[in-house]
Design a protein around this ligand. Sequence first.
Ligand code: GLN
Ligand code: ZN
Length: 769
Amino acid sequence: MTSKTPATVYGYPRQGQDRELKRAVEGYWKGRVGADALRETARDLRRTNWQQLADTGITELPTGDFSYYDHVLDTSVMVGAIPARHRAAVDADALDGYFAMARGTQEVAPLEMTKWFDTNYHYLVPELGPDTVFTADSSRQVAEFEEARTLGHRARPVLVGPVTYLLLAKPAPEVAAGFDPLALLDRLLPVYARVLADLRAAGAEWVQLDEPALVQDRTPAELNAAARAYRVLGGAADRPKLLVASYFDRLGEALPVLAKAPVDGLALDFTGAAAANLDALAAVGGLPGKRLVAGVVDGRNIWINDLEKSLGTLGTLLGLAGSVDVAASCSLLHVPLDASAERDVDPQVRRWLAFARQKTAEVATLARGLARGTDAITAELAANRADLASRANSSLAHDPAVRARTAAVTDADGRRSQPYARRAAAQRARLGLPLLPTTTIGSFPQTGELRTARADLRAGRTDTAGYEDRIRAEIREVLAFQEKAGLDVLVHGEPERADMVQYFAEQLTGYLATQHGWVQSYGTRYVRPPVLAGDVSRPDPMTVRWTTYAQSQTAKPVKGMLTGPVTMLAWSFVRDDQPLADTARQVALALRDEVDDLEAAGTPVIQVDEPALRETLPLRGADRAAYLDWATEAFRLTTGGVRPDTQIHTHMCYAEFGDIVGAIGDLDADVISLEAARSHMQVADELSGAGYPREVGPGVWDIHSPRIPSVDEAAALLHRGLGAIAAERLWVNPDCGLKTRAWPETRSSLENLVEAARRVRGEVGAGGA
Ligand code: GLN
Ligand code: ZN
């Protein structure tokens, strides 16, 4: 029987209350902050975080979760996986070399960056090959552990586990295809054993190894690799006690593997779909004599915990392991720091919010309740009950009009009134576009001037009228350029949107904005996702006046631009008190109103962006069909009400689309533009292979790079696209929006793109198409 239940977390937001880390790191890059000052800032932030955790009642702190840029990159440094092209920079100066790997330099490209599982955090992808030689460098891990201990804290170093590290890696660019990084496991394990021994020698009793990759569908070979890894590490001499952690979903077939492994404890997620871990754990007979760290406080969302429900789960778990710790389900890196800083949020609503600080307090409260009985936390339970009830009964979360409308939705609402062939003919007649029509994805460069105008508006230096004049002037300029360049379907350029999701969230009922709710996206880039707290509706048109203003300035068709329902959910903190499908349907209906208003105002082409559709795909294959069902339904509900001669576009990027071509078809959009330049139009082959029947614009300009594609290059890509998609169905466009690009490269690139389209049109025409 435990007399004292430990409370722990796996990681904490790194940036500090005022994003001090961002300022220090960016200052260092610009040469304004010295290396010592940067290190000092980092030490201060760690000290503050640890103190905050300890003061709240966290009994064992994480170390090694802090990072100047990214913890997967830190792991690459720890195991010596430095790509050859970064070697010189790393040897010259470890810190500058580290940033060279993260960001590249004038001479060398950085490591590739991609999303950490289904979060919006991006990690730097390890690059490995058959010649990779691993070497242990435990210095940073040991130093941070000692730093915490010197401050009087009980700490547990947290490392990315070896199996997850290899499963997240990819073959280095020079390595022959087919190389599987997991083949390096036996080479990597001795390096991990060395690091573990060093931490043990420094006094670490426990070390945590994070293996979130094991919550994804894994082959028997991969599961065997996991078994081998922990047999080897568990069998090593001089090792600390090992805690293997998983999160973001259920472990499934990996659970028995880890339960049998000769390690001393497991940390499991018991929130959301991962709650299935509970029955699975019981089914394998629990973890007798071992430590179970129970992630019962959701580390991904920003809602308060149901403490009584968690205590119930914890009570069951007590019977399944030697000891139970209370924890958040994953690192708190994915939530903002402190909800109490949100002075602008209605205090009534603020009580529903739990950011990292509040979640830490929940973990500590639960640990106390578990150790000493609910009598020890009577006040906390009463307050929690009241807060939950206030949320459950609030009118923000339950708008009868929204409820009635979503309940009345029928399949017909999500179906265009005519089949594609008829629509295509009507649209052709209305738009009169040439073969291989040219367009862009929506945004044009967000210049410093525009950002200044927005800052002036916020600070009261300009009034709304002055700001809007500025926006109209920008729209005129963007249109004039597109006319001159010869583009066929024009856009207004989205100058009024700093962040598109935020732009729409601000105008929809049911969303809240935060002031300080920063979450690390990558490196020093932080985002402030809006909070989707209540029932969603659209009180007033959101984009119509900008689009109609643009259309009034040109005879060419102007495309209206909206962000789709799935992306509006994916890039927000979404309410957890109803199925995502229901929330998506509400957002879809609100956006449908905007689509219908755009159409009524004469907009002939409307694009509904869904860049997040692919990334929100559930980690487990078994959950994907249900997700794609509601996601595509929400898109169709948004766009299904328009006339046959209104052309619906959609756009997707940041992903490989091979595994969702079926869903792309189900959207029933008339035209889809996709990121494709880097993968040499591969997506065109994938779509045509799947029999995709509608129009497609695979990007011919990689806008993530400042490089200007030549006419030849764009024309060559178009020819590749024509190999898969008939000329009558092929569009010509960049990979994505241009807001991050500068004007000079935008001008030249689009001029080249239009020229390439003209040339290929001539060639196709000559061929008699
Ligand atoms: N229309 C948006 C833009 O052009 C699309 C953004 C995106 O796909 N991420 O910026
Ligand atoms: Zn895009």
